[in-house]
Write a protein that binds this ligand. Sequence first.
Ligand code: MRU
Length: 347
Amino acid sequence: MPNQPVYHSAIDSVRALQWTGNALRVLDQRKLPGSVEYQDFHTAKGVAEAIKTMRVRGAPAIGIAAAYGVVLAAQAHHAQNPDTWQKSVIQDIDILAASRPTAVNLFWALDTMRKAIASGGNGPSSLLAIAQSIHENDIAANHRMGELGAALLQGASGVLTHCNTGSLATGGYGTALGVIRSAYALGLQNIYACETRPWLQGARLTVWELDQDNIPATLIADSAAAWLMRSGAVQWVIVGADRITANGDAANKIGTYSHAVNARHHGVKFMVVAPTSTIDWNTPSGEGIEIEQRERKELLSDYYHRDDSVIDAWNPVFDVTPASLIDAIVTEKGVVLNPTAETMQTL
Ligand code: MRU
């Protein structure tokens, strides 16, 4: 990283993932804000289930949790079979990889762990050191992106964000929410958060997380975003990403694309904030991204789960914003303005 990141620890108190020594402690995000419950996972399969069921969510947090999942697999298989433990760990890596399809940080973290195992000489304790450095580097990257992103906001009085991209979705501090934290520390006045239907990451998680740190914010219905932009209250939309392709297209929570279209129409700038572990250099454009479809019951109330109901639901949980609608991609390695396949190469 080019410079030492600036830490604003006073406004970053939440941690969703903690390593206990023999388990991954996870803040169950399905229960927030009603109750704050931690659960310990002792196996890779358990961690995969925690990701699948959205106890852990957010691209960087998914990657970090998966890396600790590999450590749990290594500890268990090494104890059982010190000669051939690696083969069993690779099987557990495949289970972790099948937990969610869109966030590339998952595959990046698992690849990092797989290569460490394949290079030989890395037992459970050195795999733990690698997982911990993935975790720590993520927090450092977020603080660096916070500085770089906040510098772009000079003169802005209001910003709008979508989904949850904060400490809950990362190792700590957050990507888009990290930029918002840093900008708040520098005097940003108005923070608007979208509800983020259907899972309500904004209404349940983002405003809860900001409340924990006494950062004032205003919640809006997703459908109020265009009207908010028209009012002139926000000058930037700031979002995270689950996967950025080589040409700068960005997959993020469903609804992000519609914010980008609305932002361009209203002359509002659009910023995507993500660590370089979110960039998928092997996929040339957003057309190659697998978009996760989740169950219809996340949208439909119980009434429609009857066998004789004729109502279905279409529930893609991500969409892709084309690079042409993005004004800036902020990473820990630098900012790409007006991203294209060529300008992305500066990273
Ligand atoms: O389905 P989720 O809640 O895992 O989706 C999360 C998002 O879309 C986030 O915006 C993205 O992962 C970036 S988190 C720093």
